[in-house]
Design a protein around this ligand. Structure first.
Ligand code: ATP
Ligand code: MG
Length: 482
């Protein structure tokens, strides 16, 4: 073992140098000498000594500062310091600098060999400990990397195999990941899409609309329709630090159910209408058959009121059926301001009765829009009607119309009771009435369903924003044709 160890002597020529060379040779060490700083440097780099003995003065340099230099770069290299004589304080600075041994004259052979062997043993132990630590840390890091790699793979497998489509993209809407479901939904096969902008990689108008709308910040959901009848609900979710994800669920079966339900309602309403007309007709005839007492007259009026109520409900349902079936195709250029005037005139008495404070604000640049005026009137009647119906006496209602980015914006705001967040998503469904409507405020829950169908038929959008106790705002966007 000792035979293999090379001891480098960085000492000026002197009897001590000769003594050390001889002694170490005799103790089976290999010995090399360096005459100056560059020589020392070269030997350390190339011969890789196991230990250096450096003199207090070495080639006109201070041995202690040369040693510090060396230790900066080779911190585990054992260095023994040799001084011609032991001066007070020297030993302290030698060990303070991190050198591993100290020799001084007068010297005998045993002193030299003992000091060298001790330093080597300590260096070996330090080296062993270091290697062990490095190995331990490395293996624990590898272990950790393996675990996180396994977790990553597991997560990837889950996302890859779930039924919902998942697209992940960066801030610039460049695709980072798509799963199997997305490939199937858009018939992508094995086409490379990762690294491409989403709008180029997947051609779909609805998906594009979702992306551009989600940038505006207001639309997070969008229906994606395919020619073969499949319908998906797509949701846009921003992911901080990455970009965004689009997830898609197949809602074709829900849509089918909805169609079945609508068909059913349509058939029932249609079948109900004729008998209702008959009932109403006969109640009118009864009066003509002879004089009725006051009670009879009173009951007849109640009967007529109820039949009229059911008839209007049935008419609403039939109307909704017609709208949903797409029979509503009449289009003409209409000044919305004019339609609004008719609506407000109709409600004038109610507004006065409830002492509501009504304001309207119509932008000067409002253009005529291509719509069905009857339907738009129906839409305004329902929105303004709701605002009047649900806002308590003395409250305020504001109707505004403006234009922005080729869209006409209609807002109906009120200071009513508001709609609970959990109800807000449902108020546009048929027969849905929010949980906070007072018992004495009657309604069938069809008004907003009709409004929604009308807006959809006009390629528009509608949503509600509401704060409990403050009020509700219904906003309609209608595309403005050139
Ligand atoms: P109708 O079919 O006679 O219109 P409705 O008014 O109850 O009945 P919708 O107009 O569809 O039905 O409204 C659905 C529900 O939404 C209402 O029952 C009510 O709970 C809530 N809602 C609608 N407009 C407002 C509003 N301006 N303020 C508070 N709640 C409202
Ligand atoms: Mg209503």
């Amino acid at each position: 073992m000792a035979k293999q160890s090379l001891i480098l002597l960085a000492l000026n020529p002197s009897p001590i140098l000769d003594l050390m060379e001889r002694t170490l040779h005799a103790a089976d060490f290999k010995v090399a000498t360096a005459d100056d700083r560059p020589g020392l440097e070269k030997s350390v780099q190339e011969a890789i000594p196991a230990l250096i003995i450096i003199g207090e003065k070495f080639a006109d340099r201070d041995g202690l500062s040369v040693s510090s230099d060396m230790l900066e770069r080779f911190p585990t290299l054992p260095i023994i310091f040799y001084a011609d004589q032991d001066t007070p304080g020297l030993v302290k600075s030698v060990f303070k600098k991190g050198l591993s041994g100290y020799l001084y004259s007068p010297l005998n052979e045993a002193d030299i060999v003992d000091e060298v062997r001790n330093s080597l043993t300590r260096a070996r132990k330090l080296g062993d400990w270091l290697r062990r630590e490095v190995k331990r840390t490395t293996s624990s890091l590898t272990e950790k990397a393996k675990i996180s790699e396994a977790e990553r793979a597991q997560l990837e497998a889950i996302i890859a195999n779930i039924q919902d489509g998942v697209i992940v993209m960066d801030e610039n809407q460049v695709i980072l990941f798509v799963n199997r479901a997305i490939r199937d939904i858009f018939n992508l096969g094995e086409k490379t899409v990762v690294g491409k902008p989403l709008k180029d990689a997947i051609m779909n108008a609805d998906l594009r609309a979702l992306l551009s709308r989600s940038r505006e910040g207001s639309f997070k959901y969008h229906e994606i329709n395919f020619d073969d009848g499949r319908i998906f609900n797509a949701q846009y979710t921003p992911i901080p630090g990455i970009g965004a994800a689009v997830t898609m669920q197949d809602i074709s079966y829900l849509k089918e159910l909805d169609i079945l339900k609508s068909d059913f309602i349509h058939t029932i309403s249609h079948d109900l209408r004729s008998p209702l007309t008959a009932v109403l007709g006969y109640t009118e005839l009864v009066e003509r058959t002879g004089p009725l007492n006051q009670n009879q007259q009173e009951f007849l009026r109640l009967l007529q009121g109820s039949v009229q109520h059911i008839t209007s409900l049935v008419n609403d349902l039939l109307d909704l059926g017609r709208l949903e079936a797409g029979f509503d195709t009449r289009r003409e250029f209409v000044q919305l301001e004019g339609v609004l005037k008719y609506t407000l005139d109709m409600f004038d008495a109610q507004i006065k009765k409830k002492k509501l404070n009504l304001t309207t604000e119509v932008a000067g640049n409002l253009q005529a829009v291509r719509v069905n005026p009857i339907r738009i009137r129906q839409m305004l009647d329902n929105l303004v009607g709701n605002a009047i119906k649900y806002t308590p006496e003395g409250g305020s209602i504001r109707v505004s119309m403006s234009v922005q980015d080729k869209q006409t914006i209609i807002k109906v705001e009120d200071t009513g009771p508001g709609i609970l967040p959990e109800d807000q998503n449902h108020v546009f469904e048929k027969f849905y009435r929010a949980s906070n409507v007072p018992d004495n405020v009657k309604g069938s829950g069809l008004g907003l369903a009709i409004v929604k169908s009308i807006v959809d038929r006009h390629q528009g959008r509608i949503w509600v924003e509401s704060i409990m106790g403050v009020g509700s705002t219904f906003t309609v966007l209608l595309p403005t044709q050139e």
